[in-house]
Design a protein around this ligand. Structure first.
Ligand code: IMP
Ligand code: MG
Length: 216
């Protein structure tokens, strides 16, 4: 399909690792930086503006999908706070954190279990902003959305920092997208591979060698 705003094309070359600062322990595992941290921040600042414009001034419950969403969540909320304290209008914000466990016995299933966070019934009548790191097939988000809808929130919007261009997509599109990315495994900025690479500021493509090295 079309490569929309925030598009990182399939042939994106990115930057050599030594252009930026990358932890020594990951130097062998990464080829290039695809989305530098500063670019993530600049895009996030704009997403914050778009979200505040659209969601109005009714109390927002920002719902962080852990663990991968935690960096994006913290930075996005900082930008929303900056808007709140520097304009004539402001929107009250509260936060909640959930983890999602998808059960797939060999095959992908649509069953997603929510762990942690407050009772979902606290979202009834609220404007909910779901903050996610990456949408791949879209199944996780579609399942979470159908679960939330049972609790009758006033409005639900989804912001995902990344959306993968993949033939495995269900067609689901979040309301707000930071970047559309190639169909590769991405790490960094809290996105992990078997819990590694969350401690990397930039978003990078994992090499085949690293997939082997950190395999469980
Ligand atoms: P979906 O249900 O296929 O959309 O899967 C979304 C989830 O898979 C995300 O919340 C991530 O946790 C994980 N995921 C998918 N692609 C990547 C990736 O490239 N890097 C890290 N995690 C990923
Ligand atoms: Mg995730």
């Amino acid at each position: 399909g079309a490569c929309n705003a925030g598009c990182i094309p399939d042939d994106e070359k990115g930057y050599e690792l030594d252009v930026f600062c990358v932890p020594k322990h990951y130097e062998e595992d990464l080829d290039r930086v695809i989305i530098p941290h500063g670019l993530i921040m600049d895009r996030t600042e704009r997403l914050a503006r778009d979200i505040v414009r659209d969601m109005g001034t009714h109390h927002i419950v920002a719902l962080c999908v852990l663990k991968g969403g935690y960096k994006f969540f913290a930075d996005l909320l900082d930008y929303i706070k900056a808007l709140n304290q520097n304009s004539d209008k402001s929107v009250p914000l509260t936060v909640d954190f959930i983890r999602l466990k998808s059960y797939c016995n060999d095959q992908s299933t649509n069953s997603v279990k929510v762990i942690g966070g407050d009772e979902l019934s606290t979202l009834t009548g609220k404007n909910v902003l779901i903050v996610e790191d990456i949408v791949e097939t879209g199944k996780t988000m579609e399942t979470l959305l159908s679960l939330l809808s049972e609790y009758k929130p006033k409005m639900v919007k989804v912001v995902s920092l990344l959306v993968k261009r993949t033939p495995r997509s269900s067609g689901y599109r979040p309301d707000y997208i930071g970047f559309e990315v190639p169909d590769s495994f991405l790490v960094g900025y809290a996105l992990d591979y078997n819990e590694y690479f969350r401690d990397l500021s930039h978003i990078c493509i994992l090499t085949e060698g690293a997939k082997e090295k950190y395999k469980v």
